[in-house]
Design a protein. Structure first.
Length: 87
């Protein structure tokens, strides 16, 4: 089995890409966080992005039903909007 390597990630500043080394990126929106894993969780998911929020970020302690969910809304033909909402 081949080694699972992180995807390349870049920060863009003034139109210039800067390579960053990370296993995940966390975006904070007010009280909510969205984590984007840059390492596939399993070889089956290679080439896909995994987004997590709420209890998944906190170790899936007790939250199962109520909590933070990701709402995905279509945008332009090549854009989606991902919104974390607490329920």
């Amino acid at each position: 089995m081949s080694e699972i390597k992180p995807y390349q990630a870049f920060a863009v500043v003034n139109g210039t890409k800067h390579l960053i080394e990370a296993e995940s990126i966390i975006i904070t929106m007010e009280e909510e966080e969205i984590e984007i894993s840059l390492v596939p969780v399993h070889p089956v998911f290679k080439g896909k992005l995994t987004l997590a929020t709420g209890s998944a970020i906190q170790g899936r302690e007790q939250e199962r039903g109520a909590g933070t969910q990701l709402v995905i809304e279509p945008g332009a033909s090549n854009v989606i909007h991902i919104i974390p909402k607490k329920y």
